[in-house]
Ligand binder design. Structure first.
Ligand code: MF3
Ligand code: CO
Ligand code: CO
Length: 248
């Protein structure tokens, strides 16, 4: 799992300089597919429940599962790129939201909030803690900034399969107060934070793209994490990406 996380993070570092105005989301997807195969690995999303591409590219009001296409990124956009690599049968899963050129204050703030929420939640985890720790950390932080937390899409256990129990909701619920993060477990934390309402709407045409119901912006960051006896270990840390405390 450490190796899968490392490979996935290296892919994010490879992509980062290319995520600029003028590139299409489809070109980003081609780079993901090519790099992954060149390194002898498999993009997990390609063919996953008939998903057609090698990554998810979610722009502006798209919350998650945006399908790469001919859309050209332009100044003012925010885009989440979510990549998952299968390395010798094991999965690494992470995402980052990128700001394209100068973006509006609200898009910047919601991106900052999603980033801060991810690290606040990770830093709150202790060996054997309740899964609800994640939601108990994220919800008050997002609400205090005037933002909302998506409920329909959640983090998950990760290993030889892409999505495993336990489900890791970014809000506390009954099951997350029962489930615990024991040493040896791998899972993701991947808060989706909306500038407006938390409510979502899935695209009827493509069956995948999830948008905010009110059209307001949404941002997300994701890491794969191993719980150790000493606490959480982030498996998908990048060399060149934003570090905790980063200001967008
Ligand atoms: N990478 C997403 C996650 O973090 C899942 C994408 S599944 C897909 O769990 F089929 F939409 F690609
Ligand atoms: Co992901
Ligand atoms: Co995930």
């Amino acid at each position: 799992m450490r190796r899968a996380g490392r490979v996935n993070a290296q892919l994010m570092d490879y992509l980062r300089p290319h995520v600029k105005a003028g590139i299409t989301t489809g070109q980003i997807d081609e780079m993901v597919n090519q790099w992954t195969r060149d390194h002898g690995h498999i993009p997990a999303t390609l063919g996953y429940q008939n998903y057609p591409k090698s990554c998810c590219t979610s722009v502006n009001e798209v919350i998650c599962h945006g399908i790469p296409d001919e859309y050209v990124l332009r100044d003012g956009d925010i885009i989440n790129i979510d990549i998952t690599t299968i390395v010798d049968g094991w999965h690494g899963d992470q995402s980052e939201t990128f700001l394209i050129g100068e973006v509006s204050e609200i898009r910047r703030d919601v991106t900052q909030c999603a980033f801060d929420c991810l690290y606040l939640a990770i830093e709150a985890l202790t060996p054997g803690c309740q899964v609800s720790k994640v939601g108990e950390t994220i919800v008050p932080e997002a609400h205090s900034r005037g933002f909302s937390v998506v409920r329909e899409y959640v983090g998950h256990g990760l290993g030889k399969k892409f999505h495993l129990d336990p489900s890791i909701p970014h809000f506390p619920n009954r099951q997350s107060r029962i489930d615990r993060l024991e040493p040896g477990m791998c899972f993701t934390v991947e808060p989706m934070i909306n500038a407006g309402t938390r409510y979502t709407q899935s695209d009827k045409e493509d069956g995948w793209t999830v948008r905010t119901r009110d059209g307001a912006a949404s941002a997300q960051f994701e890491h794969s994490i191993l719980m150790t006896n000493q606490g959480p270990e982030i498996l998908t840390l990048t060399e060149n990406g934003p570090k905790p405390g980063h200001q967008f």
